[in-house]
Each structure stands twice: as structure tokens, then as C-alpha cells.
Design a protein around this ligand. Structure first.
Ligand code: FAD
Ligand code: NAP
Length: 527
């Protein structure tokens, strides 16, 4: 059994930086990664059209200015291959690969009361005896397949966007595609001209704004590199961790003609400009309704076929309460004559046969099926590990009624276990790389402080955890977020919703974590 200070699960943005930081700080550490390479999200999500929706100069590490200066992004929003290339470069640049055990899945972790250490098991039989267990398992890493009757009878390839098999050639094929969230919108746009026939099955349509994605010129890159220090500082302390801040002013108090003009400008500016055009859009129902109405009218102008428009224009939830998507050619693709749209709420799937998807109203021939049906978000990858904490309590049981965690960093009853971008932290409601860096640095500092003070165990105090969850709940309900059925929500056994990411803002959250540390890890029990 390998003995280490820390075991890190996952080699995405979070796991790579965590390993580097632990090594820098003199800890023995190892990463275990289920995939055969580094990159996490960007290793697995190889579907056509996959790209980030936060400018790459922002969606990248800030911890080393030399790395910033030597890496030149090619486009404003990079596609998956370029982001993966970047993370491969990071792994090589900091010589991280020898600390990563690939193609190995952590299956179980058991807290040992006597040794005050974790015993960690993997699917290859390798085991570890570690003081700290750090879950860098990703909030969007556990793909979900819908439970459709007869799926096992389908004879063609079945693809999930997050487990894409690039060897499948879709050229000229009849493809049935499920889901039009961020991944589905990108996939549909990228394959529409390649396939023979495309039937898109949607359930909850998304708001998607056009993505303007110019190549970055030498001047653009030079300006970005010169501006990194100031830009990163803004991002670390702003609410959404973007380089631009929401514009002040209320939508409902704005002159209607001016409001329309501003929203029109924001529509094409950049991914999240629409939500940041007024600073009350995510908090004030009336202001949000005005922007939601604008977005619906804007989409009606974009989608030519009125029947498709009826199915594609979101109804029944506020703009921004589900992840705002971006599109490059999605609505154009949907306007195509060889592209059909089925709303499964009106026309549920009754069965899948060897070569078709059948609904109550018709049969749609299929040579291949694509699922862009999302993830068991925020908790899936953690609950999939059989983690047994103090007194035999298991994380999957403890979180059956929705996740609980102190600051989204630690869970009461699970000593010396940290989650990076865990539930209760800003995570998926931020530029995730900014949130990852903040968590990695906080955890590394915590471990160093413990070592300096001769402490071997840290655990979230259940009272502090409860207070944080209550605070997170209250803040979420001051916004429009909980008013949509979205993957941001966990659900308790009795059907209550638990809003999982922390909505209070990245800057405020960082300040809280720093204050907790400066007060001697307030809300944690140390021993
Ligand atoms: P991940 O990248 O998910 O890595 C987790 C790793 O842990 C995976 O490789 C997984 O295999 C491994 N793992 C999990 N469980 C185990 C186990 N039991 N044993 C071994 N290994 C395990 N965020 C943004 O801020 N901006 C964007 O534009 C953006 N675009 C995205 C696009 C897509 C298609 C998706 C799916 C997500 C996107 N995200 C975006 C969110 C993205 O997940 C994060 O930005 C970030 O990449 C997460 O990094 P991570 O290291 O925390 O987790
Ligand atoms: P998602 O947002 O959860 O979208 C999945 C979609 O599939 C939903 O609309 C869902 O509808 C639908 N669906 C599920 N089961 C279905 C069924 N049986 N029939 C028809 N439709 C079904 O997942 P995702 O698109 O993979 O994106 C997840 C997150 O990853 C994003 O929100 C974003 O944070 C990130 N991401 C970002 C980018 C980017 O542009 N940077 C790209 C991809 C992903 P319901 O909502 O009704 O369940």
C-alpha cells in the first residue's frame, strides 16, 4: 500500500494544479485518473463543436505568469483540441505525469479512526494509505444517459457527448440526437451539414446567444498578455469571475427604447453580456422578465419555421436561471430542411428499436444515436466513490437528501477530505478555473498550516456546515436561479430542491474563505 500525504482524484484543471501545488509545498502526493490522459472535461468531451464559452485568455490558469506569457491562444473561445493541448502542455511543463496514475478509477475510500488516515481502493487493485483525500473529480464529469425503453436493442453506435468516440463516422447517416443544452447545441451545429438526416429530440430548450469567435491576432495576444495581471485581479474579486463587470443600472427603470437598444447590443457582444447589461437581471423578477421577453423576441426573428420556433423558444423559466448557451450556427442548422425537431414533452419516446426511435406519433429512422443529455452534476462523481467517513457514515447516504458541505470544501463526518469546486461553492456559477485555483490554493495553505502547527486532522464542524448551507440557500432564493428546473438543483428524497452551487459571488466567497482561514480555520475542528 502506497503511503502519501495526499491523494488527489482527477487530472483535470483542478487535479493538475493541486498536484503541482502540493509538490511545490513539499507534500508527497499522487493523482489517480480514470482516463488515459490529462484534461478531465477536455479529455472526455471530444464531440464536434466542443469549445469553451468564456474567453480563453480568462478560462486558463493564472498561477504562473511565465505560463501566461508563453502560451498563445488562437481563438477567442478555444475549441476542445486547443484546451486539451494547453492542459497537456501544463502537465509536461510542470513534470506532472509521473505523479499521475492513469486508467485507474478510485472506487472506495475508508476513514480509519485509529491511524487517522484514509485507505483508498482502486479498480486496478492499487491501494493507498493517505492523510488527505482531495476530490478533484469535477462537477460535470458523470455523464447521464436517459432511461429509454429498448435502448439495448439499438444496433448502431450510441454516443454521449462526454464519452465521444471519434472513430464513428456520421457522414450521410440518419442521426437521432437527444438534448439541446450547451453540449447539444454545439454538437447539432457541428454535425448538421455532415449527416444525412437529423432528428433532434428536445425537452427543455435553452436560450442561446450568438458566439462571435474571431481568431486572435498577434496584437490581440500581445494586449492580452500585457493585461493579464490587472485582468486576473478583477476576475478573482468580481461576482462572476469574468474580466468584465455587470453594468450598473436597473432594466425596469431604463427608458424602453434605450433598454431595447442596450439588450440588442449585448445579444451579440459576448457570451454573458446579455446577463450583465443591467445589474439586476438575476435578482429582480420584473427586470428579468423584460430581458427574458427580449430574448424570446430575438429568437423568434432567428428561427424561420414557426413550428420549430414554438418548440425552440424557451417558456416558463427566467433568462439566466438555466445555463445561458452560446451558438455558432445552431439555429441555422435547425432551420435546415433535413433537420426535424421533436419535443418529447408533446411526443414522448415510447421505444427504441434496432434502427429507429419511436414516439406515439411516428417512427424516426436512426443509424446512430447521440445523447447530449448532461451529467449527474456537482455530486455524481463523488457519490460514485464508496466513501466511508467517521462512524461508518457513507457519502452517498449522507447526500441522499441533497449535498451538504462547509464552504463547498469539506463535509462534516469526513475528516481530511476536501472537495475542489464542491457543492456549496461558486463552482459552476463562475469561470470554473478561477474557482479551482482559489480552492487549490486554500487547501494547500491549510495543509501547510496544519503541518506547521503539528495538527493531523481537520474536519468541518456540523454547526458551521449547517449555517453555511442555510446561508447558501437563502442567497440562492434572492435570485432567479431556483425558479427553473435545472441541473443546478439537487433533489431530496421527498422532492425538495437543493440549489447546489453558491450564488453569493466569487469575490465575496473568496473573502469568506480567507476570513475563515485567518480566524484559525473557523468552523473547522482541528486536532
Ligand atoms: P474535470 O475536468 O471534470 O476532471 C475531473 C476528472 O476526474 C475527470 O478526468 C474524471 O475522469 C476524473 N475522475 C472522476 N471520478 C474519478 C474516480 N473515481 N477515479 C478516478 N478519476 C476520476 N467551465 C467554464 O468555466 N467555462 C467553460 O467554458 C466551460 N465549458 C465546458 C464545456 C463542457 C463540454 C463541459 C462538460 C464543461 C465545461 N465547463 C466550463 C466546466 C468544466 O467542467 C470546468 O471548467 C473544468 O474543466 C473542471 O475541471 P475539474 O478538474 O474540476 O474537473
Ligand atoms: P445539460 O445542460 O444538462 O443539457 C442536457 C439537455 O438534455 C437538457 O436540455 C435536458 O432536458 C435534455 N434531456 C435530458 N434527457 C432527455 C431526454 N430523454 N429527451 C430529450 N432531452 C433530454 O447538459 P450539457 O449540455 O452537457 O451541459 C452541461 C453543462 O456543461 C453546461 O450547462 C455548461 O455548464 C457546461 N458546458 C459548457 C459548454 C460551453 O459552451 N462552454 C459546452 C458544453 C457544456 P431537461 O433540462 O428537461 O432535463
Amino acid at each position: 500500500m502506497k503511503k502519501l500525504d495526499a491523494l488527489v482524484v482527477g487530472a483535470g484543471f483542478a487535479g493538475l494544479y493541486m498536484l503541482h501545488k502540493l509538490r511545490q509545498d513539499g507534500f508527497t502526493a499522487q493523482v489517480v485518473e480514470a482516463g488515459s490522459g490529462v484534461g478531465g472535461t477536455w479529455f472526455w468531451n471530444r464531440y464536434p463543436g466542443a469549445r469553451c464559452d468564456i474567453p480563453s485568455v480568462q478560462y486558463s490558469y493564472s498561477f504562473d505568469s511565465e505560463l501566461e506569457q508563453e502560451w498563445t491562444w488562437k481563438e477567442r473561445y478555444s475549441a476542445q483540441p486547443e484546451i486539451l493541448e494547453y492542459l497537456d502542455h501544463v502537465a509536461d511543463r510542470y513534470a506532472l505525469r509521473d505523479g499521475i496514475l492513469f486508467e485507474t478509477r478510485v472506487t472506495a475510500a475508508q476513514w480509519n479512526e485509529e491511524s487517522r488516515r484514509w485507505t483508498v481502493a482502486t479498480d486496478t487493485g492499487t491501494t493507498f494509505d493517505v492523510q488527505h483525500l482531495i476530490l478533484a473529480t469535477g462537477a460535470l464529469s458523470d455523464p447521464k444517459l436517459p432511461d429509454l425503453p429498448g435502448l439495448e436493442n439499438f444496433t448502431g453506435p450510441i454516443l454521449h457527448t462526454a464519452k465521444w468516440d471519434a472513430s464513428v463516422d456520421l457522414t450521410g447517416k440518419r442521426v437521432c440526437h437527444f438534448g439541446i443544452g450547451s453540449s447539444g447545441i454545439q454538437t447539432v451545429a457541428a454535425i448538421a451539414n455532415q449527416v444525412g438526416e437529423l432528428t433532434v429530440f428536445s425537452r427543455t430548450p435553452s436560450f442561446a446567444v450568438p458566439c462571435s469567435n474571431p481568431l486572435l491576432s498577434a496584437e490581440d495576444s500581445a494586449a492580452a498578455k500585457a493585461g493579464y495581471p490587472a485582468m486576473r485581479e478583477i476576475m478573482r474579486h468580481s461576482a462572476l469571475s469574468f474580466a468584465t463587470l455587470p453594468k450598473s443600472g436597473s432594466a425596469k427603470e431604463c427608458d424602453p427604447a434605450e433598454r431595447e437598444q442596450r439588450l440588442e447590443g449585448a445579444w451579440t457582444e459576448s457570451t454573458f453580456s446579455l446577463l450583465m447589461e443591467f445589474d439586476d437581471l438575476l435578482f429582480d423578477d420584473e427586470s428579468n422578465a423584460l430581458a427574458t421577453d427580449f430574448a424570446r423576441r430575438r429568437l423568434a426573428r432567428t428561427i424561420a419555421d414557426p413550428e420549430k420556433a414554438r418548440k425552440l423558444i424557451p417558456q416558463g423559466y427566467p433568462l439566466g436561471s438555466r445555463r445561458l448557451c452560446t451558438e455558432i450556427g445552431f439555429y441555422d442548422a435547425m432551420n435546415g430542411e433535413h433537420v426535424a425537431l421533436v419535443d418529447v414533452r408533446e411526443e414522448p419516446v415510447v421505444q427504441i428499436t434496432a434502427d429507429s426511435v419511436d414516439t406515439a406519433q411516428g417512427s424516426y429512422p436512426a443509424d446512430a444515436i447521440i445523447f447530449a443529455t448532461g451529467f449527474d452534476a456537482c455530486v455524481g462523481a463523488i457519490k460514485a466513490i464508496n466513501i466511508t467517513g467517521r462512524g461508518g457514515q457513507q457519502i452517498a447516504n449522507e447526500w441522499a437528501d441533497g449535498p451538504r458541505a462547509y464552504l463547498g470544501l469539506a463535509v462534516a463526518g469526513f475528516p481530511n477530505m476536501f472537495t475542489i469546486t464542491g457543492p456549496g461553492s461558486p463552482s459552476v456559477l463562475s469561470n470554473v478555473v478561477v474557482s479551482i485555483e482559489q480552492h487549490v490554493e486554500w487547501i494547500a495553505r491549510c495543509l501547510s498550516d496544519m503541518r506547521a502547527q503539528g495538527q493531523s486532522v481537520i474536519e468541518a464542524d456540523p454547526c458551521a456546515e449547517q449555517a453555511w448551507m442555510q446561508h447558501a440557500h437563502e442567497v440562492a432564493h434572492m435570485t432567479v436561479f431556483p425558479r427553473a428546473n435545472s441541473w443546478y438543483q439537487g433533489r431530496t428524497a421527498d422532492g425538495r430542491e437543493v440549489f447546489m452551487p453558491y450564488v453569493g459571488g466569487v469575490g465575496a466567497y473568496r473573502a469568506k474563505c480567507d476570513a475563515v482561514r485567518d480566524a484559525g480555520y473557523e468552523g473547522f475542528l482541528l486536532g
